[in-house]
Design a protein around this ligand. Structure first.
Ligand code: FES
Ligand code: MG
Length: 570
């Protein structure tokens, strides 16, 4: 157990130096008497609430419940607003800013008198960003997931955010519904605070956080507006105070086994392909090498048990009632490292001792999985020397072995202009380049290229699509993503021409451009690098330091080993 004089914040508030005196005077200015905070753990609540983020709109108020728990446990809560990354509104994509929030998180924790951190996030990139920063800072930290929004509704249908937006937009383009229906759908798709309630990136990453051991057990599945979410927030606030006294840091929780378990869980959830990039980046911050090969190897032995859209039938609210993530994990214990320590101070296995499944269709038994193999396959070949990924369980099976002629789009505006070209057939392989970490920039979620309208009208709902982009976790289809190296830096994707044959062979994990090496080197000698996307500012910093998708798209100077000294606070 730590003593009060050993608290990190003591360096600011204790002691008899001029600066200590000044810090105490200023906490009186904040409105606190010394006995209210001196000698207590200072808990920094890093909150990604913002007026513009509908997924986090309840977090402003929820921070009050976290504070309630901190006070009750004898801590001193201080809330820090940090950048919000709103998947819906931030352009070109919040992925451009994930590392910025990670840097902000790390530096706030480093530079202020914080003994322990509560991280509040959930909308897609916020979870990895907060955890990357906290892992680098190395203090005790607990994550409070924002929680999924309630099910969507339209007429007699249950709607999934994202997933049904894509589906009904295709229906509109195919002429099956009109403006009146669309306007009703607009009102029903997202009807409460909380992040997307399909198994998109948000639910995938908050579930990953839970199995990593940095949330309270069961936290990730609680709907944002359920009163259990208030209680979880208060309990997290209380727990972080205990973690500070026990000196239980995030570094002790996030070990190699934790990341292996996170990969296992993401795959069993049929989770978002974005998790591949985020978990590689997060593990990098913990000094643990995780590669694409780890995902492919684990995927081959982990079945998909969560029957949640877009890969399945249900939504996160149903998952919660069915037993939530603890229920799912209780069916995977032989594949997990249950002896690992978590933020509760107990092991993962101990946290799961009461876990139950209440609905075998939502959380499938091992002998009746949604898919026998995990949701991600890693592809290699001359079109993706450093790898590419496909969520093959969300694709039409006949496309998983396919050879067809390429139709190449230089970038997203070009795609929008020409996608309805009547010359495109259902056999064509749609190729989008210029959408990677540098080219996009920020690897926008363009990876589910739209199906041409004339093919939609003929009933075609899936085609082979290839890009250096990412895909929303709520999307589906035979979409090969994260092709690395990206076209912008001269990856082979830059050399594809209309009509070239491309072979996708998922069972063999192959992505091949059927063009000879000689022809490819001839094309490469004619290739010129595009101009940089940014001339100054954060974008220029990003462009100079971003790594490729297979390396997690962290900044090289953030993912490397090394130690920064504690600031002198006296
Ligand atoms: Fe925030 Fe989907 S838009 S999680
Ligand atoms: Mg998303």
């Amino acid at each position: 157990m730590k003593r009060p004089e050993e608290l990190r914040s003591h360096r600011w508030f204790g002691g008899g130096e001029l600066r200590n005196f000044s810090h105490r005077a200023r906490s009186r200015q904040l409105g606190y008497n010394p006995e209210e905070h001196l000698g207590k753990p200072v808990i920094g609540i890093l909150n990604t609430w913002s007026d513009i983020n509908p997924c986090h709109m309840h977090l402003r108020e929820r921070a009050e419940q976290v504070k309630r728990g901190v006070w009750q446990a004898g801590g001193f809560p201080l809330e820090f607003p940090v950048a919000t990354l709103s998947e819906t509104y931030q352009k070109p994509t919040p992925m451009l800013y994930r590392n910025l929030l990670a840097m902000e998180t790390e530096e706030i924790l480093r530079s202020y008198p914080i003994d322990g951190a509560v991280l509040m996030g959930g909308c897609d990139k916020t979870t990895p960003a907060l955890l990357m920063g906290a892992a680098s800072a190395g203090l005790p930290a607990i994550f409070v997931p924002a929680g999924p929004m309630l099910r969507g509704h339209w007429r007699n249908e249950v709607l999934g955010s994202g997933t049904d937006m894509w589906k009904y937009w295709d229906d509109k383009r195919a002429g099956l519904i009109g403006d009146a229906e669309l306007s009703e759908l607009e009102r029903g798709l997202a009807r409460s605070p909380g992040h997307c309630m399909t198994m998109g990136t948000a639910s995938t990453m908050t579930s990953a956080a839970e199995v990593l051991g940095v949330t309270l057990p069961g936290a990730a599945s609680i709907p944002a507006v359920d009163s259990a979410h208030h209680r979880m927030a208060a309990a997290s606030g209380a727990r972080i105070v205990g973690m500070v006294w026990e000196d239980l840091t995030i570094t002790q929780v996030l070990d190699k086994r934790a990341y292996a378990d996170a990969i296992t869980t993401v795959l069993a959830l049929g989770g978002s392909t974005n998790a591949v990039i985020h978990l590689i980046a997060m593990a990098g911050r913990s000094g643990i090498p995780v590669s694409l090969a780890d995902f492919d190897a684990i995927a081959r032995r982990v079945p998909v048990l969560a029957n949640i859209r877009p890969g399945g039938d249900w939504l996160m609210e149903d998952f919660y009632y069915a037993g939530g993530l603890p229920g799912l994990l209780s069916r995977l214990t032989d594949l997990l490292h249950t002896e690992r320590l978590t933020v509760t101070g107990r092991t993962l296995g101990e946290n799961l001792s009461q876990a139950q499944v209440h609905n075998d269709d939502v959380i499938r038994p091992r002998e009746k999985p949604v898919a026998a193999e995990g949701g991600v396959a890693v592809l290699h070949g001359n079109l993706a020397p450093s790898g590419a990924v496909i969520k093959h369980i969300a694709a039409e099976p006949h496309l998983l072995t396919h050879t067809g002629p390429a139709v190449v789009f230089e970038n997203y505006p070009d795609l929008k202009k020409r996608i309805d070209d009547p010359a495109i057939t259902a056999d064509s392989v749609l190729v989008l380049r210029g959408s990677g970490p540098l080219g996009g920039p920020g690897m926008p979620e363009y990876g589910m290229l739209p199906i041409p309208a004339h093919l939609l009208e003929q009933g075609v709902r899936d085609m082979v699509r290839i890009s250096d982009a990412r895909m929303s976790g709520t999307s589906y289809g035979a979409c090969v993503l994260h092709v690395a190296p990206e076209s912008h830096v001269g990856g082979p994707l830059a050399l594809v021409r209309d009509g070239d044959l491309i072979t996708l062979d998922v069972p063999s994990r192959v992505l091949r451009l059927e063009v000879s090496d000689e022809e490819l080197s001839r094309r490469r000698s004619e290739w010129t690098a595009p101009a940089p996307r940014f001339e100054r500012g954060y974008g220029a910093l990003y462009s100079e330091h971003i790594t490729q998708a297979d390396e997690g798209c962290d900044f090289d100077f953030l993912s490397r080993a090394g130690h920064n000294p504690e600031p002198d606070a006296g």
